[in-house]
Design a protein around this ligand. Structure first.
Ligand code: UD1
Length: 354
């Protein structure tokens, strides 16, 4: 069986890691295509190296641009690559512009396409990720869903017959990495002079939080006024938007820091008093690590984290302070994100249904 994976942005490299391992173990001919959507070494190369993926087989070097320009450039470049390899499956991941481009290219070439992390919905039609995931789900031949909630969304859109519940591959990678980071939990704090439990860890990068200067300024001011130091792992997008808006990312309690490789991020989250984020992945990682999370959005795709009490939505910047200082939630044994073997399940379904 030949599988061609298309990835391009940081969270997709994390999802690719367990898939690449399971594919290797199963003797799959696995071709990895990197669109080049993310190109900074800290957002890209570092994940291929530390998660043992190895370099991509094909790199399209597309880079940044408006949605149409970026997605269109990927689409044009992918046609030739998919046609040359003619895989049994094109596998696309998550909800970025790279996901949508690969799904559209494959479906038009009549190559079967499987969507990993299918069925997530925010029902917020202003989010680029929502456009990407809805369009990809409806284009794909096989929908690999991480949760029961995602399966329900797919069924309600008439896609039940193509949907399979596999669990979440981010659980696979998190459990593997978690097992090896105990001795690094204090590292980030030590580097910036803070004790374990003495800081909040923050990431903010989504368009809806960064592109409106007033919204960005409000979030930054709220973080700067929190009761403990806040380490902001600053994605290039928030850095660029903050410079353009004249917003200082280091002020008050807030200190900007470069993004971290995956294992360092997990260790840093474990060493924090709580996480404040708009990332989808970090909401789940915090839940799986038993770290309270505050999500700076009006909705989340990962509703289980909220229902189980480990995640609170702070729609307005003025809601953030109360959310981060809430009492610690009760421990839970619920495992809505699978058992850490989702990637193996994906490979066996691709073999069976290819
Ligand atoms: C993309 C995804 C988002 C995902 C995020 C993870 C889409 C629509 N969005 O957002 O769903 O959560 O990745 O990080 O696909 N930039 C750099 N260096 C890079 C990459 C980007 O400096 O390596 C800067 C550029 O100014 C660029 C901006 O970040 O214009 C935005 O990059 P882009 O790829 O458009 O989307 P992300 O915000 O990274």
């Amino acid at each position: 069986m030949k599988v061609l994976s298309v990835v391009g942005a940081r969270p997709q490299f994390v999802k690719l890691a367990p898939l690449a391992r399971a594919a290797r173990a199963d003797g799959v001919d696995h071709v990895i295509v990197h669109t080049g959507q993310h190109y900074d070494p800290l957002l890209s190369d570092v994940f291929f190296d530390e998660l043992g993926i190895g370099p991509p087989d094909v790199h399209l070097g597309v880079g940044s641009g408006s949605h149409g320009v970026q997605t269109g450039a990927m689409l044009a470049a992918l046609d030739g690559v998919i046609d040359a390899h003619r895989p049994d499956w094109v596998l696309v991941y998550g909800d970025t512009n790279s996901t949508l481009a690969a799904a559209v290219s494959a479906v038009k070439l009549h190559v079967p396409v499987a969507h990993l992390e299918a069925g997530l919905r925010s029902f917020n039609r202003r989010m680029p990720e929502e456009h990407n995931r809805v369009l990809t789900d409806h284009a794909a031949d096989l929908l690999l869903a991480p949760t029961e909630t995602a399966m329900r969304h797919l069924a309600s859109e008439g896609l039940r017959a193509r949907s399979r519940l596999v669990g979440d591959v981010m659980t696979d990678v998190l459990l593997t990495v978690r097992a090896g980071v105990d001795d690094r939990v204090g590292d980030l704090g030590e580097r910036v002079g803070l004790a374990v439990g003495g800081y909040y860890l923050a990431t903010i990068h989504r368009a809806e939080n960064t592109d409106d200067p007033d919204r960005l300024r409000g979030i930054v001011s709220a973080l700067a006024r929190l009761d403990r130091p806040v380490i902001l792992l600053a994605h290039p997008r928030v850095v660029a938007r903050a410079v353009a808006a004249g917003v200082e990312l280091t002020q008050g309690s807030l200190r900007a820091h470069a993004p971290l490789p995956y294992a360092d991020l997990i260790a840093a989250a474990l060493g924090s008093a709580g996480v404040v984020t708009d990332s989808g992945g970090l909401q789940k990682e915090a839940f799986l690590l038993g770290v309270p999370c505050t999500t700076v959005r009006s909705e989340t795709e990962w509703v289980e984290t909220v229902e189980l009490g480990w995640n609170v939505l702070a729609e307005s910047p003025t809601d953030i302070a109360a959310a981060v200082s809430r009492p610690r939630p009760d421990r839970t044994d619920a495992a809505p994100y699978g058992d850490g073997h989702a990637a193996e399940r994906v490979i066996s379904i691709l073999r069976r249904e290819g």
